[in-house]
Design a protein around this ligand. Sequence first.
Ligand code: ARG
Length: 594
Amino acid sequence: MSAVLSILATRLSDAVTAAFGAQYGVLDPELRAATRPEFGHFQTNLALRLAQQLPEELRQPPRAIAQQLVAALDLTGICEPAQIAGPGFVNLTLLPSTLAAGVNEPIAFASRGERVVVDYSQPNVAKQMHVGHLRSTVIGDALCNVLRFVGYDVVRQNHVGDWGTQFGMMVEQVLFEGLAVESLDIEGLQQLYQRGRKHFDADGNFADLSRARVVRLQSGDAETLAIWRQMVEVSLVEFDRIYAQLGSPLTRAEVVGESAYNDRLQGVVDDLTTEGLLTESDGALCAFLPGFAGRDGTPLPVIVRKSDGGFGYSATDLAAVRHRVDELAADRIVYVVDHRQGLHFQQIFALCRAAGWLPDGVRAEHVAFGTVLGTDGKPFKTRDGGTVRLAWLLDGAVARARALLDERHGDDGARTVGGGGAGSSEGVRAAGGMDVATRAAVAGAVGIGAIKYADLSSDRINDYVFDLDRMVAMNGNTGPYLQYAHARLSRLLAKAGEAPGKVTVLTEPAEQRLALLLSGFDDCVVQVAETLQPHRLCTYLFEVASALSAFYEQCPVLSSTGETRASRLALCAATRDVLQDGLNLLGIDAPGTM
Ligand code: ARG
């Protein structure tokens, strides 16, 4: 909690204790941002809740309770005298000095001494990454940044889909065609898979060979493993390319694919058997857990070993939980995977709890997200129903951003035009004259930032429409809008020609509002770390940028003088820092010019 909020909470609690007794002092004041400027900065409904909870003999109308509360409330040096409003709300207005302190003294988070394991991105070998993997990567990166910021030790795990029966078939098809796998790219692998599939369905003999090949793969046959490894390598090269283009920090070091758990799968079965948690059903080994049933009441099993003796997706995830808890010492495990796998993860978590592999103190969370839709409202696909190539998508966004920059700055790429033209405030609008290299870098930051921000800015559980025009728009709740607000501040500060000091003057409502918002940055990030909902940070940054526009309109900066000028510059610098830190937490670059 920000320093201001926690001080207010303590003072309120002291007042409640003094006026009504310690048993009520523990009530959460539920401090909320005031809904209108005339209500001050924060509001609490403590008096209304007390009115319901106090025993008969102390019971009074809420307004009377509010009066007693306010009488006992010591806000010296923090707030103006508290006001009572409506049926008994208590409104609090911070003193300018309190607001200034909130901006001047941001919180530094200490290490929590806790580790969070984040399972995200998770593309599949021999398949193009699709927009679902893009979402997982973008959301996962943002959450890792946020979790680290608030003091977690973050361990990234890229649970790549690199294991399973299809690889037996593919290896067999490689041998059949006498193919050199290393000469293929990911698209070539995907086509190999399709040829293998056809072959498998049409030719019983080939199907048998494929099945035998799976067994050889899983038991470590050298030739089979070598071909499989090449397929993995070709795929990882492609994934690395996408991560680089996306600016994701994911590397080979975080790849811990499904295959990594192969040696632990039998142990999973053995231990579940010992615990009496497995039942044989049609030749498969299943766990039936209380509370998991289909709509018609039929129990839904976790299939731990299939009837052909093979292990599937669930077995791997069970082994992965054990690895994360026992070896990685996770205090919290987070899975960034699309919402359709919700049931799978609820079952895995429940079974791991039942088996004692996931202690009560270790949180396990499925960070579910919705589907990316095309402008036609259907799942985003190419015209013929194929996977949209991510590299193409990202290139397209960067090209669009580049075109917009060229429009703004002139398309010769190196024009040098002076400061802002008509309509610009104080000549700090991003002006013409951006050299070719800068322009390319900025286009990259804006194009990729636009895609990421669009993905992060709506509640992740919702579907969203992939609409490049909207994503790169310079107004509205978009990445480029926030990047522009940041770049404009950077220019203004450069122009000011003096190092910003501290915020000391906060007289105008617009500057007070901005300062109040800035002091809430840490609270917002903590909330995101708790709820794992990055859109809260986006909404917050958008509010900051909007408050900044109002501030520009009402409070001249460069043309003001003396302490006012110095303080406003400091407020601008603090705003720039929050926008920059916030965007960076989201995995988005904040260029100094746009
Ligand atoms: N590779 C899977 C897919 O593309 C997602 C894996 C999610 N993570 C996990 N631990 N199961 O759908």
